[in-house]
Design a protein around this ligand. Structure first.
Ligand code: ATP
Length: 590
């Protein structure tokens, strides 16, 4: 397959901001893609070579890209830099400069998708001494044979600046249209994705085996399952009512979510974002290897910092010390952890995701060899509000955040990749006004003045709208940032700056700087109000109004464990708004 087919599609996709049109162009591209390269094309359109959980990055720094471009175009590095300063986009600069190439490309070979993929794959895997030279040779080789337009997309791909705005959900839509039609097909394909987190594998199964293949799609050890998430409610009565009067309540531990995969003695731990975090928790790896009595298993647990002497749980922040490349050994000593397992998704050849929760829990209990360091989450069957409240107090007393209430009905399956009412969280904070925190996506910024010149004065923050796959502004936040935070943020956001508003961002405000949605911050607000200028949940409470968070303050927590799509959703803001109204109503009653 010619790479120019991909480049042409990207041009069209880039030119539209409408999701439906984007999907149509993607369907068109997929229909032109032969099955041998199907998964490769899917990965490439997302700027990847493999699914995220494999952790393979192309990792070409801009400097290296400039050198490769210099070689291929015959221009000097300083000329390239000068043009880059003007355009702000290395893709555009590549296209322009390669078009000026003196030597004709008469002898060059047409670029194929196969060659591009294989070369990029080699490039990603080249390490050690001499790596830079090898990478340079690989990249300039490709660029020499590329047309200017192809070069633009190649460079954007390798430098991580593809920014087509094609979300996973758009790819799933396109696959369903291209191969199955209808809504049923979409659901089946999405489920396959939710239990594998691998769009490429899903795509090639759809392409080669059709919907029958997708129906037989299986959970596989070492392929992370997208996590099931909880809704939230603020009162025991409401929770029990949702569950028809009966539920299991579990301690809601305050640590880091870990999905543990084990097979033949090998263990891999995935984070909530499905990144491989085994290196951060070698002690947890050992616990799973030694104290899970199954040859193959996929389990979920909360990994909690603990004081080994007293057995007390420690604050979540202590786990941050594990997020380092070097010195993990020392951090293990200083900040030990325990695992509280709360679900079993797969055990010795059996996929449990479609089983009801009580059965999954039984399987979990069967395989955990309990000790102080690993045990199933403490739980209780609850049938009345008073018991729920008492158990909640007990959980808080033990150092937990509150309770996770879970359905015990026949339909209490593991809903991979979705937030639903089968799990409901109950935390103390929800009981008063809006003192609960939310996790918001940074989509824009306003320049700082006075003391903050050179850094950001305020950030434009957004919630995630799952239905439209968009990010909707909900507040402007300039409070709670220390000088160090401001410097960190400036550096952190630099690589996400884009020249225009991202097509997935919904905003009426004009920010000074726009970012692609990437960074999630924890924010504490005072209240939620109707707003004519913010877009969160627009029209859902009142026509022409969105919702806004008032008096926001950054809590200091960078939610690096969350992808932008994991941020607080607009729907959740609506629920919090409604909950808050009810509370105000109650307290003003005589
Ligand atoms: P969410 O994960 O729902 O988007 P969040 O990351 O802000 O939100 P919380 O709202 O505090 O986290 O609650 C969900 C998290 O609680 C889970 O992702 C999991 O890490 C943790 N947790 C702790 N104990 C349990 C338990 N017994 N069952 C399920 N999850 C638990």
């Amino acid at each position: 397959m010619d790479y120019s087919v991909i480049a042409d599609s990207y041009e069209k996709i880039e030119a539209t901001t409408k999701r439906l049109e984007m999907t149509d162009y993607l369907v068109d591209l997929l229909s032109k893609t032969p099955k041998e390269v199907f998964s490769k094309v899917v990965y490439l359109t997302q700027g990847k070579l493999y699914p995220d959980f494999m952790g393979v990055e192309m990792g070409v720094a801009e400097k290296l890209a400039i050198r490769a471009l210099a070689r291929a175009s015959g221009q000097s590095e300083s000329a390239i830099l000068a043009d880059l300063q003007r355009s702000g986009d290395i893709g555009e600069t590549s296209e322009k400069l390669l078009a000026k190439r003196k030597q004709s490309t008469f002898f060059s070979v047409k670029l194929t998708v196969e060659r591009v993929y294989e070369t990029l794959d080699k490039l990603a895997k080249t390490q050690g001494s001499g790596a830079v030279d090898t990478k340079l040779a690989l990249l300039s080789g490709l660029l020499s044979d590329a047309t200017p337009k192809e070069a633009k997309w190649l460079i954007r791909t390798v430098t991580g600046n593809l920014r087509l705005g094609i979300a996973d959900m758009t790819v799933l839509d396109a696959l369903a249209i291209a191969y199955g039609g209808g809504k049923d097909a979409r659901e089946l394909i999405e489920r396959a994705y939710n239990i594998s987190s691998d769009l490429g594998r899903v795509a090639s199964v759809v392409c080669e085996k059709g919907l029958d293949g997708i129906k037989k799609f299986q959970v596989m050890v070492f392929e992370p399952i997208r996590p099931m998430l909880a809704e939230r409610l603020g009162a025991p009565e409401e929770i029990l009512e949702k569950f028809g009067g009966k539920c299991i309540a579990e301690y809601k531990y305050d640590g880091e979510r870990v999905q543990a995969h084990k097979k033949n003695g090998k263990v891999v731990l995935f984070s909530r974002r499905l990144e491989n975090i085994s290196d951060q928790y070698p002690d947890a790896v050992d616990l799973i290897r030694e104290q899970v009595a199954a040859n193959e298993a996929i389990l979920e647990a909360e990994c909690v910092a603990v004081d080994l002497e007293t057995g007390d749980m420690r604050p979540f922040q202590e786990l941050m010390h594990r997020r380092r490349k070097y010195g993990v050994e020392a951090a293990i000593e200083q900040y030990p952890i325990s695992l509280f397992t709360f679900d079993a998704l797969y055990v010795d050849g059996k996929d449990l995701t479609q089983e009801a929760f009580p059965l999954r829990r039984k399987s979990l209990e069967k395989i955990i060899k309990q000790s102080d360091r690993i045990k199933p989450a403490t739980q209780k069957l609850i049938t009345n509000p008073k018991a729920l409240e008492d158990f909640f107090e007990e959980a808080i007393e033990e150092g937990c955040e509150g309770l996770m209430c879970k359905s015990v009905g026949k339909d209490s399956v593991y809903q991979a990749g979705s937030r639903g009412w089968l799990w409901i969280k109950y935390k103390r904070d929800y009981r008063s006004e809006m003192t609960d925190t939310v996790d918001l996506v940074v989509v824009g910024a306003f320049h700082g003045r006075g003391k903050r010149v050179g850094t950001y004065g305020a950030l434009l923050l957004a919630t995630y709208n799952e239905e439209n796959d968009t990010f909707e502004t909900v507040t402007k936040c300039g409070t709670g940032f220390t000088d160090k935070d401001l410097a960190t943020l400036r550096d952190m956001m630099q690589k996400h700056v884009i020249p225009r508003k991202n097509s997935r961002v919904q905003s009426m405000l004009e920010a000074d700087v726009w970012f692609e949605p990437a960074v999630v911050l924890e924010i504490l607000g005072a209240e939620i109000t109707l707003s004519p200028i913010h877009m969160a949940a627009m029209d859902s409470i009142r026509k022409g109004s969105g919702l806004a968070i008032r008096f926001p303050r950054f809590t200091g927590k960078y939610r690096t464990d969350k992808a932008p799509e994991d941020a607080t959703t607009s729907k959740e803001i609506v629920e919090m708004y409604r909950g808050q109204l009810k509370k105000i109503g109650e307290s003003t009653q005589p």
